[in-house]
Design a protein around this ligand. Structure first.
Ligand code: RET
Length: 231
């Protein structure tokens, strides 16, 4: 299995490969499409492209660790998340800020929730704290983000904005953060808490989650930006 080259019988390795290429393509796409949308959306597409680019580079490294050692590339995975998830929180903020006056506190609260979620998950995955405790801390951080997006100030600003394209993008992001993100704790649970450590299960599920939540997330923003710009 660990011959140093990608094998046909290694679906997780193949998914690392495919997703890294999809992310490169998505980065180029969002950067070029930036030209086509009106001014207030440009920064959102720039950030969407950066997220794909950062993730693509991490996927190259993660793929190598996986293919060459068969081990879970936890450090690369979490460095990637630590960079790209806060950038997604900036996206939320930018979309709201494009149409309303938004207190910076909204962004800082989303960022705080992100850090709690990722630090808890990381410490649990590397074994500094018990895997179950890391899971619980991660869930608490995620719960806080859900609160802010569904019931907190961010949701109120969006509802009051009266801008259809913004509301479309914001609602799409709500789906990503709730349904899309729920794939990650499922991966963690099946990878660490369902009896023994299951590397292929963990990495396979995380990879699918990243495909949906990075590229899918960018596409929601792109759809809103293009439709708002062509009016
Ligand atoms: C681009 C990468 C993204 C959107 C990563 C998102 C990661 C999560 C939503 C992780 C969530 C976790 C929990 C909710 C509990 C268990 C630990 C985590 C970190 C896997």
């Amino acid at each position: 299995m660990t011959t140093g080259n990608l094998q046909t019988g290694d679906p997780v390795g193949i998914s690392f490969w495919l997703i890294s290429m999809a992310m490169v393509a998505a980065a180029v796409f969002f950067f070029i499409e930036r030209d086509r949308v009106s001014g207030k959306w440009k920064t959102s597409l720039t950030v969407a492209g950066l997220i794909q680019m950062i993730a693509a580079v991490h996927y190259f490294y993660m793929r190598d660790v996986w293919v060459q050692t068969g081990e879970t590339p936890t450090v690369y995975r979490y460095i990637d998340w630590l960079l790209t998830v806060p950038l997604q929180m900036i996206e939320f903020y930018l979309i709201l800020a494009a149409i309303a006056v938004v207190a910076a506190g909204v962004f800082w609260r989303l960022l705080a929730g992100t850090l709690i979620m990722l630090i808890g998950g990381f410490l649990g995955e590397v074994g500094t704290i018990p895997a179950g405790l890391g899971f619980a801390i991660g869930m608490a951080g995620w719960g806080y983000i859900l609160y802010e997006v569904f019931l907190g100030e961010a949701s109120k600003i969006n509802a009051a904005s009266g801008n259809v394209a913004c509301q479309t993008a914001f609602n799409g992001m709500k789906w990503i953060v709730s349904i899309g993100w729920s794939i990650y704790p499922i991966g963690y649970f099946l990878g660490y808490l369902a009896g023994g450590v299951d590397g292929p299960m963990l990495n396979g599920i995380y990879n699918i989650a990243d495909l949906i939540n990075k590229i899918g997330f960018g596409l929601f923003i792109w759809v809103a930006a293009v439709s708002d710009s062509s009016e």
